[in-house]
Design a protein around this ligand. Structure first.
Ligand SMILES: [Zn+2]
Length: 331
């Protein structure tokens, strides 16, 4: 396995100190058929349930990613990333995160005995900071938002490996397992629709890669907050709108680095991008909680997007999956 530049195809080793190509291109992962994934570090990963959920006249399948070891879907990417780089001898990592990725990578780094520093925007929830610090990681709070945290970690990397869930393709490689699980759980069927909350696009791109390997794509419908919707604007060819703060902090990404890849995934799947209001997110979160499911705002955003998309009804035979990305106790 090695990284290669998505623009000029130059190759880099997986433990390279470079996190993008010298030409400015982002990395992708090259895998040979005989490349065996490493499984040395584990926190007890398992296949998350696909729970049927009646929502008024609609029925969805909730993929309960909130139940994973650190409470979010990001554990899938962290598992693969940390396993591979630990195997290659990396001892010290740094990353930037709005919270879930920071917690997931800090936990797996702890299990691997790595030193870990997480740069977070200074308005990230206290619960997430507490969780990341509990794993023994160092927290550095950065003022003025998520993009500033990303700039700060890159400037101050020193001898640390940049274990980014956005730049590092090993993270996306780990995310693919969610597609394979759904396929198995549906008895060898691909869902008809998956509603994916989108910030940096980790879940969307992971699903895209996973279903590409399976050989058939569901329709991916990306869900963004109306207050911060760069993918919606780019996909629909709209002028860029000013970005505002949304309650769904995990999808509050103003300039996602993998925007082109996300658009490719939506187009290839004959999908769509929808936006929702904060009040719709809150209503969906409350509704889930009243049914016994306590999730973060971003998970509720996915359900709100599905409700809006199918507001005039949905054929009963459609298998529609709504991943619940994270636990409600964290935010
Ligand atoms: Zn390049």
């Amino acid at each position: 396995m090695y990284f290669y530049c998505e623009k000029c195809k130059k190759q880099y080793p997986l433990n390279s100190h470079s996190y993008m190509c010298e030409c400015g291109g982002m990395f992708r992962l090259h895998k040979d058929t005989d490349d065996e994934p490493v499984h040395e570090i584990s926190l007890g990963e398992f296949q998350t349930p696909l729970l049927p959920f009646r929502d008024g006249k609609l029925e969805f399948l909730l993929k309960l990613e909130n139940l994973l070891p650190t409470g979010s879907f990001k554990d899938r990417g962290a598992y693969t990333l940390i396993n591979e780089i630990h195997h290659l001898g990396v001892k010290k990592i740094a990353l930037d995160s709005a919270g879930n990725a920071g917690a997931a990578i800090a936990a797996y780094a702890a299990a691997a005995g790595m030193e870990c520093t997480v740069y977070v925007p200074d308005d990230v929830s206290n619960e997430l900071v507490t969780q990341i610090e509990a794993y023994g990681a160092k927290i550095i709070k950065v003022a003025n938002g998520r993009m500033k945290a990303c700039a700060a970690v890159k400037q101050n990397l020193g001898d640390a490996y940049y274990a980014s869930h956005v730049y590092n393709p090993l993270f996306f490689e780990g995310m693919k397992s969610i597609a394979k699980e759904m396929y198995e759980q549906l008895g060898g069927h691909v869902p008809d629709y998956i509603f994916v909350p989108v910030g940096n696009g980790t879940l969307l791109i992971g699903l895209f890669l996973g279903f590409m390997e399976i050989g058939r794509l569901p329709h991916f419908v990306a869900v963004q907050s109306r207050k911060c919707a760069p993918l919606y604007d780019a996909y629909h060819g709209l002028p860029e709108q000013p970005k505002k703060t949304t309650i769904a902090e995990a999808i509050r990404i103003e300039r996602p680095k993998r925007l082109d890849w996300m658009i490719e995934a939506i187009k290839a799947s004959n999908g769509d991008v929808v936006t929702i209001e904060d009040c719709e997110i809150l209503r969906a979160k409350k509704h889930l909680a009243h049914c016994g499911i306590y999730v973060e705002m971003t998970s509720a955003a996915a359900l709100a997007g599905a409700e809006k998309f199918f507001q005039s009804g949905k054929p009963d035979n459609y298998r529609v999956v709504v991943p619940l990305t994270g636990n409600g106790l964290k935010r």
